[in-house]
Design a protein around this ligand. Structure first.
Ligand code: NCD
Length: 315
């Protein structure tokens, strides 16, 4: 019997998937699955967070994450404040914590925060007054827990809930990817035993982070038997000098095209968190092809964020 999310101890924040445990992760996925029919509009759930206020506080740009948190909050009936960092007093030197405290004083209960610095959202959570929920929408290269949950939900929908039988390959700039780190946290806790990481040497994470994974630099040789392929964007903004490969050379060695997809298990699905750079890490024929689950990921993101907001706000 799956554990219902209502029966597990409520989390004060969602900062990372690391350490949540398989039962809690499955319970959050079950809650998101149940919300899926309501997630894409006209929900009839607008009483759930009526009178509650959620704030998007994004210090880095975003399309999917920011919009889907906004829609998730609104479809549950919350008031949503889309805080404009660039036009705020943050540009006059006010700290993120003072900003958060001011917004808290206006009645904001949950903050969805994206920040370029590793650990920045956890630091805000540690300093915030009790009763303030922090949701990490991506910090540096460290964590992106709701992306991890939506990736797991998409895999579960397409491939079933027994992760121990699946082979998952993450390819690309794994070193700088918070998406990959959250995926690794989640996959390990759900019992996935065949996790493969493929990256050029300069974009491979440190050895300690690869515990329990097989890893290599030659993509073709790692594709056999793979059920799930996750491609990642080159995080040029997080790379030190000298690590940035040319787009053409990168596509040649690590781009997911139809020839490579055919080397995976028939029916394998392709994931990409977006934003996609077509012709760099993924070919259009794959991104838009029948094995692509990219838009399922996006749709699942709304349901996952509804489930997480409802859980953290105890609604
Ligand atoms: C990613 C992010 O910001 O970490 N996108 C997302 O949230 N869907 C990945 C990226 O920027 O490459």
């Amino acid at each position: 019997m799956p554990t219902a999310i209502a029966s597990v101890e409520r989390l004060p924040h969602l900062l990372t998937l690391d350490g949540l445990g398989g039962d809690r992760i499955h319970a959050l996925l079950d809650a998101a699955e149940a919300l899926r029919p309501h997630a894409l509009g006209g929900t009839g759930l607008r009483q759930v967070l009526a009178g509650r206020t959620v704030c998007n506080l994004f210090f880095e740009s975003s399309t999917r994450t920011r919009s889907s948190f906004q829609l998730a909050a609104q479809r549950l009936g919350a008031d949503l404040l889309n805080f404009d960092v660039a036009a705020s007093s943050l540009s006059k030197g006010e700290s993120a914590l003072d900003t958060l405290r001011s917004l808290r004083a206006m009645g904001v209960e949950a903050f969805v925060v994206r920040h370029a610095e590793d650990g920045a959202v956890a630091a805000l959570a540690a300093a915030a007054e009790p009763g303030t929920a922090l949701l990490n929408a991506g910090d540096g290269r460290s964590n992106h827990p709701t992306q991890g949950l939506l990736d797991l939900l998409t895999i579960r929908q397409h491939k079933g809930g027994d992760f121990s039988r699946l082979a998952v390959l993450i390819v690309g700039d794994v070193r700088h990817s918070r998406v990959a780190r959250s995926a690794l946290h989640g996959l390990r806790q759900l019992g996935c035993r065949d996790i493969r990481v493929c990256a050029p040497v300069g974009l491979m994470p440190d050895a300690a982070e690869l515990a329990g994974c097989s890893h290599g630099t030659a993509l073709d040789a790692m594709l056999e038997g793979v059920d799930v392929l996750m491609a990642l964007r080159l995080q040029r903004e997080r790379m030190e000098e000298g690590r940035v490969p040319s787009a053409a050379a990168y596509f040649n060695d690590y781009g997911l095209d139809e020839r490579r997809l055919a080397l995976a298990r028939p029916g394998a699905i392709v994931l990409h968190p977006g934003p996609m750079n077509r012709g760099v890490e993924i070919a259009s024929a794959v991104a838009d092809g029948p094995q692509s689950a990219v838009l399922d990921q996006v749709a699942n993101g709304v349901a996952v964020r509804m489930a997480v907001l409802r859980h953290l706000l105890g609604a």
